[in-house]
Design a protein around this ligand. Structure first.
Ligand code: PLP
Length: 407
């Protein structure tokens, strides 16, 4: 018999304030079920199913061969900073200096460090719902208070100026704005951003973390507009966060960046110097190729996402009880499932929450989706259409069958 050692681990109090990311947890559950031999149609994944473009891989291989395998400056190689600045000049028409650029191991790490650098106990961070799962926990982990601001269907699940105005208090330090949004796919128009900027001008102590990680994945015909491009006078109050994960199918490379106030960027760099020192030198070389090289991947992948979106929207809209929001960008569909709440499964269980709906879909149809409660807006579920059309079509048929069984 093996001895089971009792753990003497005592968790720090900050750990009690957060939970593991629900999307990571969902992915782990899918892996478990697959390992048990079940066929699972996985619509939980928040990453492109495409491979990283060849010229980007080649740039990484060349960097390895050239011995670019050492620590880099904390704020990235000069080449990478140049590529980021060039990209922001093209897309935002803003000339950032080197001192205004931070890089990190993914947009996620940069956001975490930005909050760690700026949030004190009791500081409030405004997060419009539905939101990306990680924002509230990142705020809590850093001692702040997430203030969830609900949005409405009539407003396309986007924050309206009056919602912003009434949510701001003396303790508000940040507004987190995510466009295109995960999970809604909503894109703020230039006019909507200009209206939010009007409110922000009246509240000079509020900064904006503009999460633009999906900005290239837009179905409107042009990239999603940015608050800072619409209101360049707010430049020092807007931290633009982006990265190569989603647009260039590089989630595993872990490379993100931020541009904004040089004092904040300096603080992020200080934290970076005491945590990871710098992101991978090889991923940095790859990111240069992504940002400066041919952009054909985006030209090919975005129409592919658009086609999948259309198939998924048509299929789900035809299912009684489900109403998908039609996304303008990113690769998610947020599906209103209020029509299923109160219905009964074949074995007599009443679906009371979106978690019940999600579980029913997984058990009955083998389709994995993520419950809306993870994103602060219920009853909904999120599907990712960053997967092939066959899987999407099979999944919709399976969802239709599982919904059809309900009474
Ligand atoms: N922001 C949003 C809204 C996201 O959905 C994600 C990833 O899922 C990220 C940021 C972080 O991306 P990464 O850390 O891969 O750059």
């Amino acid at each position: 018999m093996t001895d089971v050692l009792e753990s003497s681990f005592r968790a720090a109090s900050r750990l009690g304030r957060i939970k593991p990311s629900p999307s990571t947890a969902a992915a782990a559950r899918v892996r478990e079920l697959k390992a048990e031999g079940r066929r699972i149609l996985d619509l939980t994944v928040g990453e492109p199913d495409f491979d990283t473009p060849e010229h980007i891989k080649q740039a990484a291989i060349a960097a390895i061969q050239a011995g670019e395998t050492k620590y880099t400056p904390v704020n990235g190689t000069p080449r990478l900073r140049q590529a980021i600045r060039g990209s922001l000049l093209r897309t935002h028409d803003i000339e950032y200096s080197d001192a205004e650029i931070a890089v990190g191991g993914g947009g996620k790490q940069v956001i975490f460090l930005a909050l760690m650098a700026s949030v004190d106990a009791g500081d409030e961070v405004l997060i419009p719902a539905p939101y990306w799962v990680s924002y509230p926990d990142m705020v809590r982990a850093n001692g702040g208070t997430p203030i969830i601001v609900p949005t409405k269907n009539v407003a396309g699940y986007k924050l309206r100026p009056e919602d912003l105005e009434s949510a701001i208090s003396e303790r508000t330090t940040w507004l987190i704005l995510n466009s295109p949004g995960n999970p809604s796919g909503a894109i703020y128009t230039q006019d909507e951003l200009a209206a939010l900027a009007e409110v922000l001008r009246r509240h000079p102590s509020v900064s904006v973390l503009s999460d633009e990680i999906y900005s290239e994945i837009s179905f409107t015909g042009s990239p999603a507009p940015s608050l800072v491009a619409v209101a360049p006078d707010l430049r020092h109050r807007v931290l633009v966060v982006s990265g190569v994960s989603k647009s260039y199918a590089m989630t595993g490379w872990r490379l993100g960046y931020a541009a904004g106030d040089p004092t904040l960027v300096g603080a992020i760099n200080t934290l970076q110097s005491q945590t990871s020192s710098c992101p991978s030198s090889i991923s940095q070389a790859a990111a240069v190729a992504a940002l400066e090289g041919p952009q054909d991947f985006i030209a090919v992948s975005v129409p592919a996402y658009a086609e999948r979106r259309d198939v998924a929207v048509a299929g789900l809209s035809a299912i009684d009880g489900l109403t998908p929001l039609v996304p303008d960008g990113a690769f998610y569909l947020y599906v209103d499932c209020s029509g299923l709440i109160g219905r009964t499964t074949a074995d007599g269980r009443i679906l009371e929450t979106d978690q019940d709906v999600t579980l029913h879909l997984l058990e009955e149809s083998g389709v994995a989706v993520i419950q809306g409660s993870a994103y602060g807006q219920s009853p909904f579920f999120r599907i990712s259409f960053a997967t092939d059309l066959t899987t999407i079509t099979l999944a919709i048929a399976a969802i239709a069958a599982a919904v059809g069984e309900l009474r």
